[in-house]
Design a protein around this ligand. Structure first.
Ligand code: ADP
Length: 512
């Protein structure tokens, strides 16, 4: 029997799945690592901890292969930055997408028009998550480190260096740095000059389906695969999750609500947003991905659970129930639209569609008749309203969706699934997908080794799907509420800066 391994290097863990060429799952491993947050703005990981997790995950799944592993391929977290010395040893930890320390640089370039120029060449919205902004911050605040650094890479490039001693980066990942010109498919000389680095400090650019061979023999032995096993470069976790959900056709939109969230779709040519609200980057075979990531997905429900319903969390424990299920039962009793209570879910600033790190959450419309039950329902609705506004921005660029697929932890709640269909006024299909990023990586591997012609092969691997139809009485309520949701958000824009500044001046004890 032949096998392929799909690996997903995520923010909390690295997962590996062993597949047969027919898409059957024969092994799974999930290796966690810590996120270092010494200050509220920092979000770093250790490159060697991630490398070790990758080796362990791969070793564990390979144990289940009673035949040949034909290829290994990678889905990876986006926007990470690692500085290496001349011997390719890390000089920094992995500065992840969640790190906010280049906020000043992003804001400044957003205001002076440079940020939009970068967006128009790279498809990367103006945000501190982008390595281009991180480099500008390091150049200013850590100039010695900046000048010492010989190479700048992302976490996948470092992991692959440890495996192969080759410094290569595929174009989907490179596009998410804000340093690659997506129209020329090459590092952008003007941006590099502006940042103060040169092309020889960056990896060589290759296609996502290209292969690396010549695995370090010691590692090959340790993992239990031949040293000539090809590793396929892979692509971003966003693009591969999209493929793994089977949302690959024109107008097929995938919505994710995990801890964070996203709305994405594939298109046939690059499409930028005049307001810079959506990202766009190349994947493969003339397919591009366009979409918007949101910070405030399931994490909002977690906040409601822990901060508004702490006693119920205890009750749920006694009842041997998942607290989220108990809260869903409470929210279910309130009508759609929460009797006019609106929640803006910006608890952690927001990326798409408003791209405002200073945005903050708010309840609007409270009356004496509103209860905590209204607040939990409004919070769930607010998360979906926000994602719907991303979908509206996307729609301006690529037209109406033909299919909406959804995934993530939110799908465990029937109420939340239905809300998505109602607020989007569109049927929503939820596949019983398992680790869609790994499945996407596996699909790319099959194409790379010639076992599949294109990504449509993934349709054969996707299990059962359920579809939820919008409920006409619910969507009428939401449709009436949406304009108010939008206009309140717009009116608060200036106040977001003020309240965020106040909070910085008066930090919560846990943030000092
Ligand atoms: P991640 O994004 O870290 O991979 P998940 O996709 O598992 O995580 O999503 C986690 C989120 O899913 C939680 O923050 C919570 O909002 C939501 N969630 C988990 N279980 C339930 C449930 N039973 N009902 C509703 N939402 C849930």
């Amino acid at each position: 029997m032949d096998y392929v391994v799909g690996i997903d290097i995520g923010t909390t863990s690295t997962k590996a799945v062993l597949y047969t060429l027919q898409g059957d799952i024969k092994g799974y491993s999930n290796q966690l690592y810590p996120l270092y947050q010494d200050t509220p703005d920092m979000a770093e990981e250790d490159p060697d901890e991630i490398f070790n997790a990758t080796v362990t995950a791969l070793t564990e799944v390979v144990k289940n292969a009673d035949g040949r592993v034909r290829a290994v391929s990678f889905s990876t977290q986006q926007h990470s930055l690692v500085g290496l010395d001349a011997d390719h040893k890390p000089l920094t930890r992995v500065i992840t997408w969640a790190d906010n320390r280049s906020e000043k640089q992003a804001t400044e370039l957003g205001k002076n028009g440079q940020g939009l120029k970068i967006y128009n060449k790279t498809g990367l919205p103006i945000h501190p998550m982008g390595p281009v902004y991180k480099l500008l911050w390091l150049k200013k605040d850590e100039s010695q480190l900046f000048n010492q650094t010989k190479y700048w890479v992302g976490i996948k490039e470092y992991v692959l260096w440890r495996f192969f001693h080759q410094l290569k980066e595929e174009t989907s990942m490179a596009a998410t740095t804000g340093l690659m010109n997506i129209f020329k498919m090459d590092w952008d000389e003007d941006i590099l000059k502006f940042v103060g680095i040169t092309r020889d400090q960056l990896p060589e650019l290759v296609e996502p389906t290209s292969q690396l061979t010549g695995l370090e023999p010691k590692l090959a032995d340790q993992i239990g695969i031949p040293a000539d096993t090809p590793f396929v470069m892979g692509a971003t976790d966003g693009a591969l999750a999209e493929i793994g959900l089977g949302a690959i056709g024109k107008g097929e939109v995938a919505v994710t609500i995990g801890t964070s969230g996203a709305v994405r779709t594939f298109i046939d040519k690059p499409q930028l947003d005049p307001k810079g609200r959506t990202y766009c980057y190349p994947v493969m075979d003339g397919k591009w991905i366009v979409g918007g990531p949101v910070n405030n997905g399931g994490i909002v429900f977690r906040w409601v659970r822990d901060n508004l319903f702490a006693p119920e969390k205890e009750t749920a424990k006694l009842l041997d129930m998942d607290p989220y299920d108990l809260l869903t039962d409470i929210a279910k009793k309130i009508p759609a639209g929460s009797d006019g209570l609106i929640f803006h879910p910006f608890l952690g600033g927001e990326r798409a569609p408003i791209w405002n790190g200073n945005a903050r959450g708010s309840f609007f419309g409270l009356t004496r008749t509103h209860t905590r039950a209204h607040m939990v329902r409004a919070a769930l609705e607010g998360v979906v309203f926000n994602l719907y506004t991303v979908q509206l921005a996307l729609q301006e660029a690529v037209g109406e969706p033909t299919l909406i697929t959804a995934t993530g932890g939110f799908a465990r709640s029937a109420l939340w699934r239905q809300m998505l269909a109602d607020i989007f006024e569109h049927p929503v299909t939820i596949p019983e997908a398992f680790e869609s990023g790994c499945l996407g990586a596996m699909t790319l591997a099959l194409i790379s080794i010639g076992e599949a012609d294109d990504m449509s092969v993934v349709k054969k691997f996707i299990g059962k799907q359920n579809t939820y139809q919008p409920d006409p009485t619910n969507f009428k309520n939401y449709r009436d509420l949406l304009p108010i949701y939008l206009s309140v958000g717009r009116k608060l824009e200036g106040e977001y800066d003020d309240i965020a500044e106040y909070q910085r001046q008066h930090p919560h004890p846990s943030e000092e």
